[in-house]
Write a protein that binds this ligand. Sequence first.
Ligand SMILES: NC(=O)c1ccc[n+]([C@@H]2O[C@H](COP(=O)([O-])OP(=O)(O)OC[C@H]3O[C@@H](n4cnc5c(N)ncnc54)[C@H](OP(=O)(O)O)[C@@H]3O)[C@@H](O)[C@H]2O)c1
Length: 298
Amino acid sequence: MVSFIAGVYLIVSFIWTLIRSWIICNTKRFNLIERYGEGSWALVTGASRGLGLEFCHQLAGEGFNVVMAARSKSLMEKEAEEISTKYKVKAIAISLDASSDTSRKELLRVTEEYDISILVNNAGMMHRSSFANLSFDKISDVFELNLRAPIKFVNAFVEKMKKRKQQSAIIVVSSLTASIPSPFMNLYSSTKAFISEYFGRKKVDAKVDMLISEYGAVSTALLPLPAIPGLISDTVTSVKCTLNLLGKRNVTFGTMAHYVQNWFMQMTVIRAFVGVLGWIATTKFVDNLLRKTTQRET
Ligand SMILES: NC(=O)c1ccc[n+]([C@@H]2O[C@H](COP(=O)([O-])OP(=O)(O)OC[C@H]3O[C@@H](n4cnc5c(N)ncnc54)[C@H](OP(=O)(O)O)[C@@H]3O)[C@@H](O)[C@H]2O)c1
């Protein structure tokens, strides 16, 4: 009887997840430019490729001017040119090393003159290794980029945004690994868990729409695998689903596939399986393997 009830519960909860995620991902988005201000700018960090670049395209498509910030300035300059021609908006590229405090301050100084209505804190990095195999400098780099940069930028922009007449928005790109066991990337997942918790999944101010994007796997340079339906999403769909929810929700997992993955990962049996993987990750054999990979990356 107990197993029957548990089985029914699982089936109903799975079907509900499918329906709910379909509804969420197909939510009709606000008219973003009307909501956040005609002629205003979107600032995207980590804009040279992957999800960040896609945010620039889709926000420009909505009529926003874009400030693109990352380290690869020449790459962004080419993209900025393409964006302004294609969407008839202004697009500029600013060099930013978000793991350096001097560079972060410089970005804040340079963007002072722009009416930034949307901040997308997207730049992030991951080492596929347990922290025990990483040098302190590498760990600090991850802290600087994944933790200190979003805190610095969000705090600075919330203050400015409160003074705008219109509504503003902040998207913080976190990860599904923030809430699921992630034995092979525990440094990365713990920084993402921190920002998801820190930014609180709630409004920071009535005038600022806050959205935490806890994406599952997305095909980018960070995860150099092709998009696989139901498993690995593409940047276009992930960003599209995110923008549909701007001003409507405080957290998203991205695409339907990511909602379903989250459901699976929250199941006790799957957590137990990942727990076993976690144990395997600590064995000498895997530890040596990770050490070798890390040395190659260094
Ligand atoms: N791909 C996934 O499966 C996945 C899943 C969940 C969450 N995410 C998150 O999504 C965000 C974007 O990742 P992605 O998948 O699009 O990766 P990506 O293709 O590797 O892009 C990362 C972006 O961050 C920039 N960046 C890296 N270090 C930087 C630094 N020190 N200062 C400024 N910019 C820096 C890179 O540009 P430069 O090298 O030119 O600086 C690049 O534009 C990250 O926060 C990541 O954690 C990704």
